[in-house]
Design a protein around this ligand. Structure first.
Ligand SMILES: [Mn+2]
Length: 380
């Protein structure tokens, strides 16, 4: 059985004043062309179909066209909501999309979360928002991660008899590497689900939410984030984008092939210096896609001419221009690092120590680590 796993379409996304719908369309066209050629039996969409609760009409048309084309190739799709999708909007589409063999699971529903397809069962867990999972009731006191773990185990029990068992979900598994576009609140540690919460018996786990392509090494089943279909914003600049072709054979591990997408508009985040900006501009104006330019200035006065020239030369390609002093660049990098890691370094070290040395971290070692960290921060 051959499946296609795609994720994080984010139709309706814009970057500053620029709509990214053409980037979405370009990615989906490539996927349709791939399907025509390779004939997978089913397409799995792991959430964040739309970028917002009320996507614009063009975004909707692009998404509906995609599913219409898959249907005319005879390929059904299973779709779950991500954290960017509105449960209610996805629900409003579900009956209509079923007519074109696009099966939408809009909201976590453990009793009705199984999609059956020949000898395959897909356990579908749309983005389990904290609001939905921990309402009043017996689970209210349990932490989010524990409730999600229970849900995954329950779903697994409902697919366990099938020849092929796949999990389709949209959540943050602890230990995955994220960019900054996944939406901050939902990637805090509170929402992290432990890799061990994913039942081992799934043949393949199709994940959405994290935008950088990756396999989760700590999960026993073959678990992948295929990531967003195009570079959503400048924190994803330089990232290649993929979807997975997954081949399931009885008694064998799945064969997973990452298929690379080409990008309509690659994003570039660049720094240029006030002194030699003219020379750098000559190179930048030849780049495809969109630019975010950090202009490094000695002082912020007398730069009007430089700014005007940059705007004129780069035109529509320029999405954002920021003036920064070298000191500001440095402090920003430190801040970004803290945001990206989003964890308490010392907590992380404590866990690392415990895992490796099989005992609690002694207080004196922690004190030494903190002192070293503070010393290093000052030197930066
Ligand atoms: Mn997303």
């Amino acid at each position: 059985m051959r499946l296609l796993h795609i994720s994080d379409i984010h139709a309706g996304k814009s970057l500053g004043r620029v709509s990214r719908n053409q980037d979405v369309a370009y990615a989906l066209e490539q996927i349709v062309a791939f399907c025509k050629e390779n004939k997978p039996e089913l397409v799995l969409v792991a959430g964040d179909v739309f970028d917002k609760a009320n996507p614009d009409n063009e975004a909707k048309e692009i998404v509906f066209d995609f599913f219409l084309q898959l249907n005319s190739l005879g390929i059904p799709s299973v779709v779950i909501s991500g954290n960017h999708d509105s449960y209610d909007f996805m629900k409003s589409l579900s009956k209509l999309l079923k007519v074109i063999n696009t099966f939408v699971f809009h909201k976590p529903d453990l009793e009705n979360g199984i999609f059956e397809f020949n000898n395959l069962k897909v356990a579908c867990l749309p983005y389990p928002s904290e609001r939905v999972l921990t309402r009043a009731g017996e689970d209210a006191k349990l932490s989010y991660a524990v409730v999600v773990e229970k849900a995954l185990k329950y779903l697994y029990s409902k697919v366990s008899g099938a020849t092929f068992k796949v999990l389709l979900t949209h959540l943050f598994v602890a230990g995955s590497k994220f960019t900054k576009t996944e939406r901050e609140a939902s990637i805090s540690q509170y929402y992290a689900v432990e890799p061990s919460s994913i039942p081992e018996g799934f043949d393949y786990v199709a994940l959405g939410h994290i935008h950088g392509y990756q396999r989760l090494e700590k999960v026993v089943s073959h678990a992948y984030y295929t990531g967003s279909l195009f570079q959503l914003d400048f924190s994803e600049s330089g990232q290649d984008k993929f979807f997975n072709l997954v081949e399931l054979k009885e008694g064998e591990p799945p064969r997973v092939e990452a298929v690379k997408l080409s990008l309509k508009n690659p994003l570039h985040s660049v720094e240029i210096n006030q002194e030699d900006y003219r020379r750098e501009l000559e190179e930048l104006k030849l780049l495809d896609g969109y630019l975010k330019v950090h202009l490094i200035v000695k002082d912020k006065i007398k730069v009007n001419l430089v700014v005007d020239t940059i705007k004129e030369v780069l035109g529509e390609k320029l999405i954002k221009l920021e003036l920064l002093t070298p000191e500001e660049i440095l402090s920003r990098k430190i801040k970004e690092y803290k945001e990206i890691t989003k964890v308490n370094l010392f907590e992380l070290y404590r866990e690392y120590f415990k895992e490796n040395y099989k005992k609690e971290l002694p207080k004196e070692i922690l004190e030494t680590v903190i002192a070293l960290y503070e010393k290093a921060s000052k030197e930066l």
